[in-house]
Design a protein. Structure first.
Length: 399
């Protein structure tokens, strides 16, 4: 049995005939969207009417349910049925939507934007041509399955593999190890648009340093609508609630050959059991701030160390922008933590205004990305275009 957590609900809108195919550019009509965001132990589902959510639910999956499958991709049919059951329970036909939108996975390097889910993308995921085996890889598959059945377009928006690096950002110091652009691109891109609007500008006319502060931390440099550099949250940058960030290279090499850990254990430590959790046995920022308020000196030291590393990374990304930026943007779950935000502001406000957008709203970001296509604000991006050609061309937008 799946437990369902209802976040918000509203009356559903009118339905279109099942199987109706909605043209991409219908500027003056209302669009109803099915949004799907698979997580490690949950599937988030929402229905949007244009920019407003009709409802959003999180379906929790038990370890027993998921333990039946050998890998993430094996869960595809199970999760598809869960979504269909949810829609059926609400009396919603899949054909009543303008499009289905899934969270983008760890695909090949892609420029920012909204992509039509095509068979080539589906085959890349099913054949393991992805960076990591992660639940987000189910997003395109589930969107494609449900859209195909109903005769609808399926989209993904700003997957984690968005890559708009300038050439210099790719070099790591060792030719065998190129830096990869893997980030919280979906949320970063959305809040950068919001930040630009709050400054009275468009995203394509601003220079920003944006930090997503979650269980992993990515700090990024945005120049005129392109994310030209970012730390990979599992390979470098600040340590975070559950991740180590960058580690001393020679010490890490010695640890790898110490015989204490095997490969799987080290990956677990670096990506799931590092950072605040390793030092303080908790990854909860609010709990740590309460401990600090209660006089816990160890908690203060570790927390301040993480804040220092975040500030250093923000400064590094400001240097990527030659020190000329319109604002520093802070977002993610930790952006709700007052002590952390106040401390960060003291360290980085010399760079410019510090704008805070607490939490993340990936479901809305997915909806807005699809709407930009359906209303003609942007053109849908082509997954088949070679990355080098696409990256050189800049953002694809209607004039």
């Amino acid at each position: 049995m799946q437990a369902v957590d209802c976040k918000r609900s509203a009356a559903g809108g009118e339905k279109l005939p099942a199987g109706s195919v909605v043209p991409f550019t219908q500027r003056n009509m209302s669009h109803r969207l099915l949004i799907i965001n698979p997580g490690g132990t949950s599937t988030k589902v929402a229905v949007y009417r244009d920019e407003a959510a009709e409802f959003e639910e999180t379906i929790r999956h038990s370890s027993d349910e998921l333990g039946r499958f050998s890998g993430v991709i094996g869960q595809e049919e199970f999760r598809r049925q869960v979504i269909l059951d949810l829609l059926r329970g609400r009396g919603i036909e899949p054909g009543s939507f303008s499009a289905v939108v899934g969270r983008g996975g760890a695909l090949k390097p892609l420029s920012s934007g909204t992509y039509r889910v095509v068979p080539e993308m589906v085959e890349d995921i099913r054949n393991g041509r992805v960076f990591v085996d992660h639940a987000s890889n189910l997003g395109p598959l589930l969107a494609y399955d449900l859209a195909e059945e109903a005769g609808l377009p399926a989209f993904i928006v700003d997957p984690v593999s968005v890559d708009e690096f300038v050439p210099e950002a790719r070099l790591s110091g060792l030719p065998d190890l190129e830096r990869a652009s893997m980030s919280h691109a979906l949320n970063l891109k959305m809040v950068c648009r919001q930040a630009a609007a709050s400054l009275g500008k468009s995203y394509s006319d601003t220079d920003l340093v944006a930090a997503h502060l979650g269980s992993g931390i990515t700090v990024s440099a945005h120049r005129r609508g392109r994310m030209i550099d970012v730390n990979n949250a599992v390979d470098g940058g600040p340590f975070a609630p559950t991740r180590t960030g960058g580690l001393p290279t020679t010490g890490l090499i010695r640890l790898c050959f110490s015989g204490t850990y095997d490969r799987a254990q080290l990956l677990e430590l670096a990506t799931k059991r590092g950072g605040l959790l390793a030092y303080l046995d908790t990854s909860d920022g609010e709990e740590i701030e309460q401990r600090i308020a209660g006089g816990d000196r160890r908690a203060r030291l570790v927390y301040e160390a993480m804040i220092l590393q975040i500030a250093k990374e923000i400064g590094a990304m400001a240097a990527v922008l030659d020190g000329r930026l319109d604002a520093v943007v802070l977002t993610g779950g930790l952006a709700r933590c007052r002590y952390l935000i106040d401390s960060l502001k003291k360290k980085v406000s010399f760079l410019g205004p510090v704008l805070v957008f607490p939490g993340e709203d990936e479901m809305k970001a997915l909806a807005l990305g699809a709407l930009r296509i359906l209303t003609g604000e942007e053109k849908v991006r082509d997954y088949g275009v070679p990355f080098e050609e696409d990256a050189a061309g800049g953002p694809i937008q209607n004039s």
